[in-house]
Design a protein around this ligand. Structure first.
Ligand code: SAH
Length: 398
């Protein structure tokens, strides 16, 4: 599907009156922003993009089946997009992560923020998990795998392309080995603790690396505390809490598998005596426990995105407000709420507004301890607002 040497590279021209988003550094070009084109391109091909007056904008891959028609991968006119280009980009991304302090685990490629639109690669020490979420990136999967082999000599590479967003690009959902098969149940180190990661069947790529720094941020407020954590997944925040000196920790998740893994993780870290997990629906349980008058020193919430589209954003707003209201009611006066939101559809200001409304309804006063975002291995590229997605808030609930 790549351009052969004989066929001329297609040239696409931007419409005159479009926003300067693309010129200012955003890599996405929507169908309605394109005007004329010269020569034909096959779906997934690299094309050249020019402004309406003919100046070179960049090179990117095209998919006529997608609303996001072209995604730019380079703005350098002389840069050839071949296998060595992908290797160079991956090496640059790794150099950057090492420079900012990463050694073992990190999100190695965070799509647009690493100038590799729709590519996700998580590095779990010697193992790599990859997602190619667009056709134009999927075409280069082999080159990407070869680059990982060359640079890292990994123990294993696994594809977690079992995500619905691929269907918007006309791609099938799939998962499997991209290297020789290996045991997909691995153990990673984080903040001096150890966690089982199920690369094959865990959520997303198996583990949420983006909260790594935020898990450390709870260390002072959990000492001697009774802690309730909801949406615990494999128990990462809760096990940190137990490790940092919590008296008791209860973690809840709706998934039996997640709870089983969380219990294994508690045992792995020697905190199973004060850290237990149960499979429950947090919405129901928190409401009931509020009515029962249960109280905790610290309540931690890390719910899923609630929505994937701008159209149903109200659903997310209602979800965040409800769960935070219920969580706050369970906090003893002077205790703490630790709360997160992982969707870029709810911007930071809106998230704070929602928490503020929940506090008003609960008749509680909030005092802010920390307000953070994702760890820097998930870089925020200022020209691409959707790269800023995680909100992490610690408040004292008075
Ligand atoms: N805190 C975790 C990530 C949580 S992801 C970490 O740092 O690794 C969100 C989790 O919420 C998922 O594990 C999902 O199974 C769980 N979940 C979704 N709806 C739920 C509900 N109604 N009640 C409890 N858990 C729920």
């Amino acid at each position: 599907m790549n351009n052969t040497q004989n066929s001329p590279v297609a040239k696409y021209f931007l419409r005159k009156k479009i926003s300067d988003r693309v010129i200012n550094g955003h890599p996405w070009i929507f169908a309605n922003e394109l005007g004329e084109h010269e020569a034909e391109a096959q779906p997934g091909d690299m094309v050249e993009v020019y402004s309406s007056n003919g100046s070179f904008v960049g090179r990117g891959y095209i998919n006529p089946a997608s609303q996001i028609r072209i995604r730019l991968v380079s703005r350098n006119k002389d840069e050839v997009i071949d296998a060595s280009f992908f290797k160079r980009r991956i090496q640059e991304a790794w150099n950057y992560r090492q420079q900012i302090g990463y050694t073992e685990n990190c999100r190695l490629i965070f799509g647009e923020a690493d100038f590799m639109p729709a590519l996700i690669i998580d590095k779990f020490n010697d193992y790599f998990v990859l997602q190619t979420l667009s056709l134009g990136m999927d075409v280069w999967k082999e080159a990407i795998v070869a680059a990982l082999q060359d640079i890292f000599k990994p123990k294993g590479i696994y594809e977690r392309n079992d995500v619905p967003v691929r269907e918007l690009e006309g791609l099938a959902q799939q998962k499997g080995f991209l290297s020789a098969p290996f045991d997909t149940n691995i153990i990673i180190n984080e903040n001096g603790l150890r966690f089982h990661v199920d690369i094959e069947n865990g959520q997303k790529t198996g583990y949420f690396l983006d909260q790594q720094d935020n898990r450390r941020a709870i260390q002072h407020i959990v000492k001697g505390a009774d802690v309730l954590g909801a949406f615990t997944y494999t128990g990462t925040f809760e096990i940190h809490a137990a490790h940092y000196g919590a008296k008791s920790v209860l973690g809840l998740d709706i998934s039996e598998n997640a709870v089983a893994q969380a219990n294994r993780n508690a045992a792995l870290n020697g905190v199973a005596d004060r850290c237990r997990f149960e499979a429950m629906n947090a919405f129901d349980v928190l409401k009931q426990w509020g009515k029962d008058g249960r109280k905790y020193d610290v309540v931690m919430l890390d719910p899923p995105a609630f929505t994937k589209s701008r159209e149903s954003i109200q659903k997310a707003i209602t979800g965040y407000k409800e769960i935070n209201l219920r969580g706050m009611k369970l906090v003893k006066p002077g205790g703490y709420l630790v709360t997160s939101s992982c969707t870029n559809l709810v911007p930071p200001e809106l998230f704070l507004e929602i928490i503020g409304k929940a506090a008003k309804d609960a008749r509680r006063t909030l005092r802010q301890v920390a307000y953070e975002t994702q760890a820097p291995d998930h870089p925020i590229l200022w020209n691409v607002p959707t790269t800023k997605y995680l909100k992490f808030l610690i408040v004292q609930v008075l």
